[in-house]
Design a protein around this ligand. Structure first.
Ligand SMILES: [Zn+2]
Length: 420
């Protein structure tokens, strides 16, 4: 009996215990080996070091580096102010690393010399039709096609654009102006272009190419704007088009037009369904006028149009009008809407979005027309702007104002404010 049991123990050791031990040793060996080969990498401290160092570090360790720039009184230019991953944190492939790099000390002399003034006025230009005519083809002055100058010739429109560009204006989107995101290079001034009424000559489609893309008439407003985009890439060409229920009056192409505009850096807003007078309607009618256009746009470019209304005829003339609240908020067909801004008709430039006087729900525009430098025409307005215009500091995240203007700063500005 004893002998037999001993044999059984030997067999158990041979069959079970030995392989088990071998297995455990192998597992431990693999674990140790992988620990050696996969040594944890700990984040290095780059604060107060040169930006080049973090660039090569990020490349070596496969980190997604994102760099933003800020002025700093204490950190030297091109040195790092802060890093999103703190020192000695374990880093892995594909981690995001955000660093803030110093632009050095603010150059007050440069601001002084360029007259940087981000509380200055911004021209919001109001156009309607652009007609393929020379100025000499019309009976009116300076490229006006009609007596009011609402309709302009292509020649005058091209001259206007050249004039804005040569005078240091750079285009921004209306919605960016409304939101106070003014991204214009140092020393230049923002300008906004708007077109009302969704006229055919704003973007006339001649047909479709082989791939089904719209072919835009080069003499329509967008055709001319596209040519300027190529000629002056730093002009940042853009515009906002305000349409009625007929959109761009080209039923066959309306949807493609709106999609094209959005895809190509333009914006589309609301000019009411039937272009009626919003002060002489019932509140239900006002909501139908506003809500139906939003819904129409939403069906074509969901969420990509702007919730801005250009008021037909500039009516109501006062925000105290009973119907005004329904332009801003309401509902139609049980779908509610809210409007972030409205545009008036005429007559001069509007406040900086950082000014305490800025009211985005009631924005003034300049009528883009000629009247021999009188009656708030382009020439008159831009003469006034010479001493009052918004001049950019070149940093979208910073608001630079003159010390003496501090009292005009809007208290709800959340960006860094620098006074000089
Ligand atoms: Zn209109």
């Amino acid at each position: 009996m004893k002998k037999k049991r001993k044999i059984r123990y030997d067999r158990i050791i041979k069959i079970i215990v030995l392989p088990l031990l071998l297995f455990i040793i192998m597992v431990l060996a693999i674990k140790m080996f992988s620990k050696i080969s996969k040594k944890e990498i700990l984040m290095t401290n780059f604060i107060n070091k040169e930006v080049e160092l973090v660039e090569s570090y990020a490349a070596d360790n496969n980190l997604n580096l994102d760099i933003t720039y800020e002025y700093s009184e204490s950190v030297t230019k091109d040195y790092i102010i802060s890093q999103s991953i703190s020192e000695n944190t374990v880093i892995n492939d594909g981690d995001d690393l955000n660093v803030v790099v110093s632009l050095g000390q603010i150059d007050r002399d440069v601001y002084e010399e360029l007259g940087v003034n981000e509380l200055g006025k911004v021209p919001i230009m109001m156009y309607h039709g652009i007609h393929n005519l020379n100025n000499s083809d019309t009976a009116y002055v300076g490229g006006n096609v009609d007596i009011d100058g609402y309709q302009r010739t292509t020649e005058a429109f091209k001259d206007d654009l050249e004039f804005y560009y040569e005078n240091g204006y750079r285009m921004i989107r209306l919605i960016d102006y409304v939101n106070g995101d003014i991204d214009v290079e140092l020393g230049k001034s923002p300008i906004v272009l708007t077109f009302d009424d969704g006229l055919k000559n704003n973007i006339f489609v001649k047909g479709l190419d082989e791939e089904g893309n719209i072919i835009i008439d080069e003499n329509s407003a967008v055709g001319i704007l596209e040519a300027f985009k190529k000629k002056h890439p730093d002009f940042n060409v853009t515009a906002t088009f305000f349409v009625n229920g007929e959109l761009f009056e080209q039923p066959e192409y309306n949807e493609k037009i709106i999609e094209w505009l959005i895809d190509n850096g333009y914006d589309v807003g609301n000019h009411t369904y039937s272009h009626g007078k919003l002060n002489s309607m019932t509140t239900d009618e006002v909501q139908e006028e506003i809500g139906s256009v939003y819904q129409k746009l939403n069906a074509i470019v969901p969420g990509e149009y702007v919730n801005i209304v250009a008021l037909p005829f500039g009516i109501p003339y006062s925000q105290t009008d009973n119907n005004f609240a329904y332009i801003l908020n309401g509902s139609y067909n049980n779908i509610s809407y809210s409007t972030v801004a409205t545009l008036r008709v005429g007559w001069e430039s509007n406040y900086s979005p950082f000014s305490s006087s800025f009211d985005k729900t009631y924005i003034k525009r300049i009528r883009a027309y000629d009247n021999n430098g009188e009656d708030f025409d382009i020439e008159m307005n831009f003469k006034v702007l010479e001493s009052s215009r918004y001049i950019s500091d070149g940093d979208v995240n910073m608001v630079v104002i003159k010390d003496k203007d501090s009292i005009y700063l809007n208290s709800n500005v959340t960006k860094n404010v620098i006074k000089y």
